[in-house]
Write a protein that binds this ligand. Sequence first.
Ligand SMILES: Nc1ncnc2c1ncn2[C@@H]1O[C@H](COP(=O)(O)OP(=O)(O)O)[C@@H](O)[C@H]1O
Ligand SMILES: [Mg+2]
Length: 343
Amino acid sequence: MAQGRRDIFNKTIQTKQQIEWVDEYHKNGEDIYIMRRFYPVFVDDVFYYVIGYGVDISELKKAQDQLKMVNSNLEEKSNKLQITNTTLNEYKENLESKVKFRTQEVEESLEREKELGLLKTKFVSMASHEFRTPLTTIKATSDVVLRYFDKLSRDDIIERLEKIKSEVDDMTVMLEDILILGKSEVQKLHYDSSILDIVSLIKRLITEYQLSESENRNIVYNISSPIIEVAADKKWIKHIVLNLISNAIKYSDKAEPIEINIEQKKSSVSFCFKDYGIGISKQDIKQLFEPFHRGENAENISGTGLGLSVLKKAVELHKGKIEVESEVNKGSSFKVTLPTNNN
Ligand SMILES: Nc1ncnc2c1ncn2[C@@H]1O[C@H](COP(=O)(O)OP(=O)(O)O)[C@@H](O)[C@H]1O
Ligand SMILES: [Mg+2]
């Protein structure tokens, strides 16, 4: 008996326990496994003999190994499947969000396209009237000057040239408004703020306007403090003020005054233009700041419907707000509030 096996033999007698082990051989390139067992026999605590036997379990072992391999293969495959599943899910989510984003973009641009189409229609009908009228006046007036130059007095000629100039000025404002509204986003508009005294600026703009329009309307100021400093863009304030004063004058009777209220608050300044004119209906107030919108009671008074939409942009640039109060045939008030410091 080989030494190893003898040791087991002795151990099984010593411990009085059966011992089981597997012997491994290699024969003709094949692995052979023999399961062996020693079983000690005692009678009345006296050792008799050891029963020993071996069983060839090579086939069983092979089957077990194969099963193990299949199992581990399966595990690996299921891991891989899980990974592909996660990747697929991620891909799907990514695609879904991209599709959503693009759809939104397309919808927005369609909406914008629609709006632009509508604006174009409104623009054409406005322009055909609002451009033709001043052009006709300019043509007629210059015709008169050319034809009767020798017969007209110097003052007559100056008066007509002034008329032409004022029509050209009006057309320039109109063109400027159209250009501003053509820039769709507020961000694209140039805005350059500096600290300025809003009181003297408003007063100067109104005086200049009255001189150029030879309008002698009674303007009543109510100002909370002689100097009110605010961070603002002079050019845009001019747009706001000229829009408000020209509307107040245009939509009210010559005999009525226009009240301008400038008030300094803790961190803002507000200026309010009040007239006693034709007023605005509740329905029109809702659409007042949309380009080309004109009140139903303003149809016989010339206008483009652009002034207030430009004003709205100017107020937005200053992070300010605009409030309107009006009653038909009683009058209107437009109040602009700007933060003193809008940075
Ligand atoms: N002070 C006002 N009194 C009455 N209606 C006004 C006044 N200001 C504006 N509106 C109404 O708002 C409309 C839009 O004004 P605006 O954008 O300045 O365009 P426009 O004066 O060229 O028509 C006007 O057509 C008019 O119906
Ligand atoms: Mg106007």
